[in-house]
Design a protein around this ligand. Structure first.
Ligand code: G1P
Length: 264
């Protein structure tokens, strides 16, 4: 199975960074020396992806287009006319995906230090079944995510059930869905049947749940460092972590020295 397509849902308004996203698409917020979307493209091409489909809103299209036309990958833009949820954004790309397997990359969720997308691509190519990334979180934070149930054998989970944003205390595990998926066309009939779920939105998790019940969904646990670009605090931390990647650890030492000096 050759996986060369990726869908990037980018229609969200970025409400948690509203003062910035009022004037800029959240995918274009800088991360060290380039917009966040460039890091996603780098990750995708490293995993062998050759074609990208960005699903966005009319409002953000011009800015994204202006930026992405020079990227080293073929990009198609599709419009999600209303923000009806992640599952709906994926449905917009249905015809573009055709009968091919595809990666799904959430651009505000980044993982450092583990080539998780490459690992997912290899896993799906080998097994023929869909797979997604999982990160262990404190159980008290699981309500913020999709949460998977299943036995974890050496970092590979055969997912038996999946719940989107379970109310605190009901989470089936501490394994949270992280925004990297590689999906086979088995997802389409399930997605068609999904009714609005958590938050009144069409959730991809509810379609994936169907795959899990059929025994056709795996989770690969990542020990990589996860960054959420949607919140100011986490975005700031991501800039420092990626800054070290770009400028080296000495840069961080200089930075520490500067902070120590200014706080004396
Ligand atoms: C989405 C998914 C959720 C996943 C999360 C990861 O939620 O629906 O299952 O855990 O991304 O970032 P969102 O953050 O868009 O509400």
């Amino acid at each position: 199975m050759h996986i060369k397509k990726a869908v990037v849902p980018a229609a969200g308004r970025g409400t948690r960074l509203e003062r910035i996203t009022l004037v800029n698409a959240k995918e274009l917020i800088p991360l060290v020396d380039r917009p966040a979307i460039d890091w996603i493209v780098k990750e995708a091409t490293s995993a062998g992806i050759e074609e990208l489909c960005i699903v966005t809103s009319v409002n953000k299209l011009a800015a994204l287009y202006a930026h992405t036309e020079d990227l080293p990958i073929q990009v198609t833009y599709l419009i999600q006319s209303k923000p009806r949820g992640l599952g709906h954004a994926v449905q917009v790309a249905r015809d573009w995906c055709g009968d091919d397997p595809f990666a799904l990359l959430l651009p505000d969720d980044l993982v450092m230090g583990d080539p998780i997308l490459t690992r997912l691509v290899a896993h799906v190519s080998a097994t023929g079944n869909s797979a997604l990334a999982l990160t262990e979180v404190p159980q008290t934070k699981a309500f913020m995510y999709g949460v998977a149930a299943g036995e974890n054998i050496d970092g590979v989970v055969q997912i038996s059930d999946l719940v989107e944003k379970p109310p605190s205390g009901t989470e089936p595990s501490n394994l949270s869905v992280t925004g990297r998926y590689v999906l086979t066309p088995d997802i389409w009939p399930l997605l068609e049947k999904v009714e609005p779920g958590a938050g009144g939105e069409i959730q991809i998790t509810d379609a994936l749940r169907g795959l899990a019940h059929e025994g056709k969904l795996a989770g690969l646990v990542t020990q990589g460092m996860r960054h959420d670009l949607g919140s100011a605090e986490s975005w700031l931390k991501a800039n420092i972590a990626y800054g070290v990647e770009v400028y080296g650890i000495d840069w961080l030492d200089d930075f520490h020295a500067l902070i120590n000096k200014s706080s004396q």
